[in-house]
Write a protein that binds this ligand. Structure first.
Ligand code: 5MM
Length: 341
């Protein structure tokens, strides 16, 4: 492993003013998204949609440091025959790949999940490297509900994340370590903090046991937020302060950067929260975005599967990428949203 090279890639992924586009929806998830805009999920439609974003040159070159791809996309060619990986690289962004194979129920833990995909991972990674991937992603899912999460689910998922991270680094690929505590429940923000702290501490302990040098990873956590069904919604400032405090308590300064998931927050909330955290400042790591839905909901809607909508969709994508780029510097203002509306 060349740690200096891994660190260089990790630092580039969280470069100030830039963040990551999570375009790694698996077949089931992209179908759900396309159903929402009345588009059939065919291979060509998925290609056209993703190509539309990757060819938004201003967004990609100024605000996007890297793109997480799904297995299908990393092998796909643009309409003109250029490999999509090439389109991404030419824009200046780094191609990455989702390598987990989804989740399965965790035995003896009703309602809890374990992320799978470790078995052949050591064989798959060099192929992705040869295809241009310089980072990877693995997402563990932890739910909050009465009686869960169990320690079994937290430990087993953290162990899998650490095994994945070690395998990636061995293949000269930077692992994005994504332990996602879902915001689906009715819990308040303090319960989210309590669970996320436990999950992060266990994750870093397992990374240590697997001898993963932290200079060569990027963390992709959830923010501290109240559950969607909670009666007590937290303010932007409370989310920012509690998230920063939680991360300072759990994430060693050797980690080059933290790129949040949006997790079901609205586009503007995800931007406002990131911005408020960066306005607090004085942080040991760069804080940026690795958003899926919060970057794509607007362009998806504008596109709606029609080639005549490509320019409008690209404008919508550029806008969200720019807003989040500013948030990663703590320079976003809500007025900028109104002006664009
Ligand atoms: C883009 O969605 C990613 C893949 O999800 P599935 O495996 O369910 O298809 C997902 O891992 C994503 O990268 C993160 O959850 C962050 O996305 P959001 O939408 O939460 O920002």
């Amino acid at each position: 492993m060349n740690l200096a090279e891994l660190n260089k890639v990790a630092v580039a992924m969280v470069a100030p003013g830039k963040g990551i586009l999570a375009a790694d929806e698996s077949s089931g998830t992209i179908k759900k998204r396309f159903d929402g805009i009345g588009v059939e999920s065919t291979e060509d439609n998925r290609r056209d949609y993703r190509e539309m974003m990757f060819r938004t040159n201003e967004a990609m070159s100024k605000y996007i440091s890297g793109v997480i791809l799904y297995d299908e996309t990393i092998w796909q060619k643009a309409k003109d025959g250029t490999p999509l990986v090439e389109v991404i690289r030419k824009s200046g962004a780094i191609p990455g790949i989702k390598v987990d194979e989804g989740t399965k129920p965790l035995p003896n833990c009703p309602g809890e999940l374990i992320t799978i995909g470790l078995d052949k991972l050591a064989d798959r990674l060099p192929k992705y490297y040869d295809q241009g991937a310089r980072f990877a992603k693995w997402r563990a899912v932890i739910d909050i509900a009465p009686g869960i999460p169990s320690y079994t689910a937290i430990l087993t998922n953290a162990h899998a994340l650490a095994r994945y991270a070690a395998l990636c680094q061995q293949a000269q690929i930077v692992p994005i370590v994504e332990p996602e505590v879902l915001m689906d429940g009715d819990h308040d923000i303090d319960r989210c903090v309590e669970v996320t702290e436990f999950v992060l501490k266990e994750t870093f302990q397992q990374l240590y046991y697997q001898r993963v040098p932290l200079e060569g990873i990027v963390l992709k956590p959830n923010m501290a937020v109240a559950g969607k069904k909670s009666a007590k919604k937290a303010s932007v400032q409370e989310v920012a302060e509690k998230t920063v405090r939680m991360l300072k308590n759990c994430v060693p300064g050797a980690v080059p950067g933290i790129a949040f998931l949006s997790g079901g927050q609205s586009d503007e909330e995800a931007t406002a929260h990131l911005d408020a955290m960066n306005k607090i400042g004085n942080l040991p790591w760069n804080l940026t975005f690795s958003y899926g839905r919060a970057l794509q909901a607007a362009p998806q809607k504008a596109w709606s599967g029609k080639s005549e909508n490509v320019a409008a969709a690209q404008r919508a994508f550029l806008h969200r990428a720019q807003m989040n780029g500013l948030a990663s510097l703590g320079q976003w203002k809500s007025d900028l949203e109104k002006k664009a509306a």
